[in-house]
Design a protein around this ligand. Structure first.
Ligand code: NOJ
Length: 535
C-alpha cells in the first residue's frame, strides 16, 4: 500500500490505549477502579506517549456483564463516579492533547433498561418491537436453535407475555431490534449526547451482531466444533450475525459521527479478513477502524503471521486504514500466550506495523493472566461454563502500579486479586529500568511518533520463514527494516535479493542498539531489531 498523500488524522497516526475501568485505579477505597482514579493516572499515559484512551463501559448498569449491560446510556455508574467526574476526565484528557473514546453497546441493553421494562410489560406496549420477541414453536420450545455466546439457548421465555426474547449474550442482556427505525433513532441520539459533550469517538460493541435474519432460520452445525470449545461454537452463526443489512446501520452511525469534526468509530468485529473488510463500508462510509484481531487469534508462528499481515494489507479497501491489537479484556494476555521474552517481540510487531495500534492496559508492563480461584470467579462466561476455562477474569486484574499494598491500585479489597509477584512487576520498578518492558513500549511509541515511516509510512513485506518475520516501513527517503525472531531459538536472516546496511535503533535486547547491520543478520531467540537503513 502506498503512503497516501492526504493529511493523516489523529486516529491514524496515534496509539490507542484501552482502559478496563474497574481495574485501572481506584480512588475511593471500594476496590473498584473509577473515573477519578483514571484522572490521577493521566500523567502516566501522557508520559507513555498515548494519544487516545478507550474506556470500557462506565454507564449505569446492574453489572451482570460488568457494564456491557447498560440500563442508562446517558448516566455514569456510581461505582465509577458522577457526570461531573466524567466531564472533568474529558477536560483533563483534552488538556493533555489526548482523545477519549467511549464504549457504545448498541446490540443489547440491560434487562433493567426502561426500554426493556416497557417492552416486556405487554404485547401491545409501543416498545414491544424494540426487542426481538418471538412465539414459541407449537411444542413450546424456542423459536430456533440460536445459542447464547455465554452458554445455553439464546432465547428466554417471558411468562407474563408468553413469548421468547432473544439475547446473544446473557438473558440479562436482551438484544435490541435494529430493524426498528425508532431503535435506530434512539441510539443515534445516545451517540449525539456524548459527541455533543466532546468525546472523540466510540468503540462499538459486537458490531457484527447488530442485525439478525428476519426469517429466524436455524444456524447450521459447525463441523469443526470440539468439546473443549465454548458451547456457542457448536453452530455457525450464519443467520444470527453479520447480516447484509448491518451495513446500513453502520453507515447511519457513521453519518452521525460525520456531523461532527474528526470523530471516529471502531467496530468490534470477530470475522475472517474478507468479511471484516466490508465493515469499512462501500465508500469508506462505515467504521473508521474495524478492529483487526488477527494477532489475537493466530498461532504465534512467523510464516503464518507474515502471510496474514499480507492478506490483511492486500484486502484493505482503497482508503481503508489498518489497525492492530495484541490484547483486550476478553482475551488472554499476550505475555501469557507467548511468554515474557516473546511478548517483547510482539510489542515491537504491534508498534512497527502499518496501522493504528491499540495497547491493552498492563500489557506495557508485561502483566500476565492472573489465576483466579474458582470461588472468586466473577466473569459470567467463566461461571456459566466452569469446566471450559473461559473466564475472562485473569486478563482483567488490577493494574500493577507499585510495590505497596494492592500495588497502589486500591486502599480497599480489590474486586479481583493481584498476583503475588506484583512487587516485582509494576510500573514503578519498570519506569527507570532501561531493560524493562515499559521502557521498550515507551521507546517504541516515541520512535513511532518521531518517524513518519513508522506511523504512516508504507508497509513492504520482505521475508518470513519458520522463525523470522521481516518487513520494511518507508516514508520518502526514510526506511526502517524490522526483523523479528518469533521463536525462542537463534536464527539467521539472509535476504536473497537484497543487501541492507543500517544501524539498529531499537532492540528487544537493548545491548544490540547502535550496532551496524551489513549483509546477513543473526538474531538471538526472542530477539527483534529495528534498523534505520542507510539511504
Ligand atoms: C463484547 C465485549 O467486549 C465483552 O466484554 C462483552 O461481554 C460482550 N461484547 C457483550 O457485550
Amino acid at each position: 500500500m502506498k503512503e497516501a498523500q492526504l493529511k493523516h488524522l489523529w486516529w491514524q497516526e496515534g496509539v490507542i490505549y484501552q482502559i478496563y475501568p474497574r481495574s485501572f485505579q481506584d480512588s475511593n477505597g471500594d476496590g473498584v477502579g473509577d473515573l477519578q482514579g483514571i484522572i490521577s493516572r493521566l500523567d502516566y499515559l501522557e508520559w507513555l506517549g498515548i494519544d487516545a484512551i478507550w474506556i470500557s463501559p462506565i454507564f449505569s448498569s446492574p453489572m451482570a456483564d460488568f457494564g456491557y449491560d447498560i440500563s442508562d446510556y446517558q448516566g455514569i455508574h456510581q461505582l465509577f463516579g458522577t457526570m461531573e467526574d466524567f466531564d472533568k476526565l474529558l477536560e483533563e484528557v483534552h488538556r493533555r492533547g489526548m482523545k477519549l473514546i467511549l464504549d457504545l453497546v448498541p446490540n443489547h441493553t440491560s434487562y433493567q433498561h426502561p426500554w426493556f421494562l416497557e417492552s416486556r410489560s405487554s404485547r401491545d406496549n409501543p416498545k414491544r418491537d424494540w426487542y426481538i420477541w418471538h412465539d414459541a414453536l407449537p411444542d413450546g420450545s424456542e423459536p430456533n436453535n440460536w445459542l447464547s455466546v455465554f452458554g445455553g439457548s439464546g432465547w428466554e421465555w417471558d411468562e407474563t407475555t408468553q413469548q421468547y426474547y432473544y439475547h446473544a449474550f446473557l438473558k440479562e442482556q436482551p438484544d435490541l431490534n435494529w430493524r426498528n427505525p425508532e431503535v435506530q433513532e434512539a441510539m443515534m441520539n445516545v451517540m449525539r449526547f456524548w459527541l455533543d459533550k466532546g468525546v472523540d469517538g466510540f468503540r462499538v460493541d459486537v458490531m457484527w451482531h447488530m442485525v439478525k435474519d428476519n426469517q429466524f432460520r436455524d444456524n447450521p452445525p459447525n463441523p469443526n466444533y470440539e468439546p473443549h470449545m465454548a458451547t456457542y461454537e457448536q453452530l455457525i452463526p450464519a443467520y444470527s450475525t453479520d447480516q447484509p443489512e448491518v451495513h446500513d446501520i453502520v453507515r447511519k452511525m457513521r453519518a452521525v459521527l460525520d456531523e461532527y469534526d474528526e470523530r471516529m468509530m471502531i467496530g468490534e468485529i470477530y470475522l475472517p479478513i474478507q468479511k471484516l473488510m466490508t465493515y469499512y463500508g462501500n465508500e469508506n462510509n462505515g467504521a473508521h477502524l474495524p478492529f483487526n484481531f488477527l494477532l489475537l487469534s493466530l498461532q504465534w508462528e512467523a510464516q503464518l503471521i507474515a502471510s496474514n499481515i499480507d492478506m490483511y494489507e492486500g484486502a484493505l479497501p482503497e482508503g481503508g486504514w489498518p489497525n492492530w491489537v495484541l490484547g483486550n479484556h476478553d482475551q488472554p494476555r499476550i505475555t501469557s500466550r507467548v511468554g515474557a521474552a516473546q511478548a517483547r517481540v510482539a510489542a515491537m510487531l504491534l508498534l512497527t506495523l502499518r496501522g493504528t495500534p491499540t495497547v491493552y492496559y498492563g500489557d506495557e508492563i508485561g502483566m500476565r493472566d492472573v489465576p483466579i480461584p474458582p470461588e472468586e470467579v466473577q466473569d459470567p462466561q467463566g461461571l456459566n461454563m466452569p469446566d471450559l476455562h473461559l473466564s475472562r477474569d485473569p486478563s482483567r486484574t488490577p493494574m500493577q502500579w507499585e510495590d505497596s499494598s494492592n500495588a497502589g491500585f486500591t486502599e480497599g479489597k480489590p474486586w479481583l486479586r493481584l498476583p503475588d509477584y506484583f512487587r516485582r512487576i509494576n510500573v514503578k520498578v519498570q519506569q527507570d529500568d532501561p531493560f524493562s518492558m515499559l521502557t521498550l513500549y515507551r521507546r517504541l511509541i516515541k520512535l513511532r511518533h518521531e518517524e513518519p515511516a513508522l506511523s504512516i509510512g508504507d508497509y513492504i513485506p520482505l521475508y518470513s520463514d519458520h522463525q523470522v518475520l521481516a518487513f520494511i516501513r518507508k516514508s520518502g527517503e526514510q526506511r526502517f527494516l524490522v526483523v523479528l525472531n518469533l521463536s525462542h531459538r537463534p536464527c539467521y536472516f539472509k535476504p536473497k535479493h537484497h543487501t541492507f546496511t543500517g544501524t539498529v535503533v531499537l532492540a528487544t535486547f537493548p545491548e544490540r542498539e547502535n550496532t551496524t547491520i551489513t549483509e546477513s543478520i543473526s538474531l538471538g531467540g526472542d530477539e527483534g531489531i529495528l534498523v534505520r537503513l542507510d539511504s
